[in-house]
Design a protein around this ligand. Structure first.
Ligand code: MD3
Ligand code: FE
Length: 222
């Protein structure tokens, strides 16, 4: 047996930390350690602030179900998109951001070169088979110098990422359970979306995908 055969099961080292676009870094399995604690933390948030299908200002109902934790949560209704301190369903403050989730986001941001990442908001998106997210930019945040950190859990999805020009053709990227992406610099205002989720069954989450995005909203609320 050749010595390198011993390592055939491992991904090449560069796979753990892959630049995918200017300012965007993929950390494969960046969220996989502590799986169960992370999932319990997400489920605890959802128990307090249930997932719901928000209305868009354009009059559509999103196929993705959303909720939030942290000092601010993302809200969409016929009046527009915004960040709010309270959950409009319960009229209570959003649940606090669980420490294990904040720690994961801060560790990922630091690995990608962003020290002192202090997100006030964590948006939780749930995709059941068929759910999708149309191409959009995230620009409701005042602080565009901070990256957005995303964590994918459950079923794999085909993520589409373009550039800050809507007319540039987006590139597909398969995101799987445990993938963490730090979207900063020139990628912060890139157009992006998610193709309709393919059906399947994930060992821990079942027939769904959950995506967490950690955001610095930048309105001096914390
Ligand atoms: C690139 N969520 O919630 S996560 C969203 O999978 C959103 O649920 C997707 O887009 C999801 O707004 C994508 C990856 C992501 C999130 C924000 C970005 C990529 C981004 C902001 C700028 C550039
Ligand atoms: Fe987005």
């Amino acid at each position: 047996m050749r010595p390198q055969d011993l390592f055939d099961d491992l991904p090449p080292p560069e796979a753990a930390h892959t630049p995918i676009a200017p300012g965007a870094v993929l950390l494969r399995a960046g969220g996989r350690d502590g799986d169960v604690a992370l999932l319990q933390a997400v489920e605890a948030v959802i128990a307090q602030a249930p997932l719901r299908h928000m209305q868009t200002p354009g009059g559509y109902t999103m196929s993705v179900a959303t909720t939030s934790c942290g000092a601010l949560g993302w809200v969409s209704d016929p009046q527009g998109y915004r960040y709010a301190t309270h959950d409009p369903l319960s009229r209570q403050p959003w649940p606090a951001m669980p420490a294990c989730l904040l720690a994961l986001a801060q560790r990922a941001a630091a690995q990608a070169g962003y020290a002192h990442f202090q997100p006030e908001a964590c948006l939780i998106n749930q995709y059941l088979p068929g759910a999708k997210l149309s191409l959009h930019q995230d620009k409701d945040e005042k602080d565009l110098s901070a990256p957005i950190v995303s964590l994918s859990l459950g079923l794999p999805a085909v993520f589409l990422f373009g550039t800050p020009r809507r007319s540039d053709r987006p590139q597909p990227l398969r995101l799987v359970h445990g993938d963490v992406v730090v979207w900063g610099g020139p990628s912060r205002l890139a157009y992006h979306g998610v193709q309709p989720l393919a059906d399947g069954a994930h060992g821990l989450l079942g027939r769904r995908r959950i995506n967490l995005t950690f955001r610095c909203v930048g309105r001096g609320v914390v």
